[in-house]
Design a protein around this ligand. Structure first.
Ligand SMILES: Cc1cc2nc3c(=O)[nH]c(=O)nc-3n(C[C@H](O)[C@H](O)[C@H](O)COP(=O)(O)OP(=O)(O)OC[C@H]3O[C@@H](n4cnc5c(N)ncnc54)[C@H](O)[C@@H]3O)c2cc1C
Length: 393
């Protein structure tokens, strides 16, 4: 199957690139230094239509393809990984669960503002005691007198505490199954719900301009109608959501590798040692050649998975299992390549690469989490091995 980008995609890429160059790139270092979440720029991304790329027109979206969303995430991530993850999480973790599993009423209530970028939503799955093993979630939601009463806590939740966050969807235990396993469901909790506390933002290694908080629920009550999707299907819902998210994270990694390559080529042509540009030394030039290989392979794997998703949406193409496999491969390879690429780019810059004012230093700090969020590298290897039929635990 073909997964080449069309001329429309390339034209769209140019428009997102112009926006990223003009509105984001000049400020990215300041936002990073100040740990500033630029709400105005997030809303501009909304006005540009980036949050609504894949949403239906009835909710203000463009009803476009998933490939376009990956192009947008790649281009924003090329100049600022923090804004790239803000877009990725806003769509993948904020909009998608409601779009995919919401009732007409839930979609009508929440989606228009999310799609326009007037609001953001978070997805609360991870807890202090459960990340990769998400089924070990301890947060509880008891149904009492027509209301869900939530108690527990969530950890590392993106876009959950900004001044425009309108809700978080959280997974919670809503009972026990006949076989003793917990019944996990997904519930919409609007911002400002009494008992729902957004704790102080984390002091992170990277992604300084992205909004990440721990959340606490102490007898937080929401109407019974805030159940998202089928009761007891919360675990299955988030697994489906995460497959798309992994491809989108791979696109963010591609943006990171592209930035490393561009910066390294430019610097290797300018910086001289021993009377010649460092790009004339094989030791430097060969490392930059490796960046090009990583970029090409990562991009191919990412857009292959995105094309599979788009083919599935139009009713044909691969199975959900084949897409899951391709998504895990793209995420694993592109994110590990991004971490390697930032190490190489920093090396090319020598001592300057270690200085915060140089973008490669920021990319170096930002890249690590790509191997962790939305399923660690180990979890991707587990999925790939299982896809091969191996009896791995
Ligand atoms: C900045 C940031 C933003 C995030 N945003 C969100 C968000 O919006 N919503 C959300 O729900 N979560 C979010 N997360 C959480 C993220 O998805 C988890 O951190 C991740 O899934 C890993 O879980 P953990 O941190 O509990 O690590 P653990 O699951 O405790 O893993 C620790 C180590 O053990 C390894 N490991 C675990 N199990 C296995 C196994 N079976 N085989 C081999 N190795 C294994 C892991 O790969 C890892 O190396 C975010 C995290 C960060 C850092």
């Amino acid at each position: 199957m073909s997964f080449d980008l069309s001329e429309d995609h390339e034209q769209f890429r140019r428009s997102v690139r112009d926006f990223a160059q003009d509105q984001i790139a000049p400020h990215a270092a300041d936002w990073d230094r100040d740990h500033h979440f630029p709400v105005d720029v997030v809303q501009q991304m909304g006005q540009l239509g980036l949050f609504g790329l894949t949403a239906p027109e009835e909710y203000g979206g463009a009803d476009g393809d998933f490939t376009s969303l990956c192009v947008a995430i790649e281009e924003i991530g090329r100049v600022d990984q923090s804004m790239g993850i803000t877009l990725e999480a806003a769509v993948g973790l904020g909009i998608n669960p409601i779009l995919t599993f919401g009732t007409e009423e839930q979609k009508g209530t929440w989606l228009p503002d999310l799609v326009e970028g007037r609001a953001l939503a978070g997805f609360g799955l991870t807890e202090p005691g459960s990340g990769s093993d998400a089924a070990a979630s301890r947060t509880k939601a008891d149904l009492r007198d027509g209301e869900w009463v939530l108690n527990g806590s969530k950890q590392f939740i993106t876009n959950s505490g900004s001044e425009i966050t309108s809700l978080v969807t959280v997974t919670a235990r809503t009972g026990e199954r006949a076989d003793g396993r917990p019944e996990i469901s997904t519930i919409i909790v609007p911002s400002g719900t009494p008992g729902f506390v957004v704790e102080k933002a984390y002091d992170k290694l990277g992604w300084h301009a992205s909004d990440t908080h721990p959340l606490t629920f102490a007898d937080a009550k929401v109407p019974e109608s805030h159940l998202l999707g089928e009761r007891g299907r919360g675990f299955a819902h988030f697994l489906a959501i995460l497959d798309d998210g992994r491809v989108a994270i791979a696109a963010l990694a591609v943006g990171c590798i592209q930035a490393c390559l561009d910066l390294s080529v430019e610097y290797a042509g300018e910086r001289t040692t021993f009377g010649k540009p460092i790009g004339s030394k094989q030791g430097v030039a060969f490392q930059i050649a490796d960046l090009e290989v990583m970029l090409t392979a990562s991009r191919q794997l990412t857009y292959r998975a995105a094309a599979m998703k788009d083919a599935m949406k139009s009713g044909g193409g691969p199975t959900a299992k084949e897409f899951k496999h391709a998504a895990a491969i793209a995420k694993l390879y592109a994110t590990e390549s991004a971490v390697s690429a930032t190490r190489i780019a920093t090396q090319v810059f020598g001592g300057y690469g270690f200085m915060q004012e140089y973008p490669v230093a920021r990319l170096y700090r930002d890249a690590k989490v790509l191997e962790i969020g939305e399923g660690t590298s180990e979890i991707q290897r587990l999925l790939i091995a299982r896809g091969l039929g191996l009896p791995v635990e």
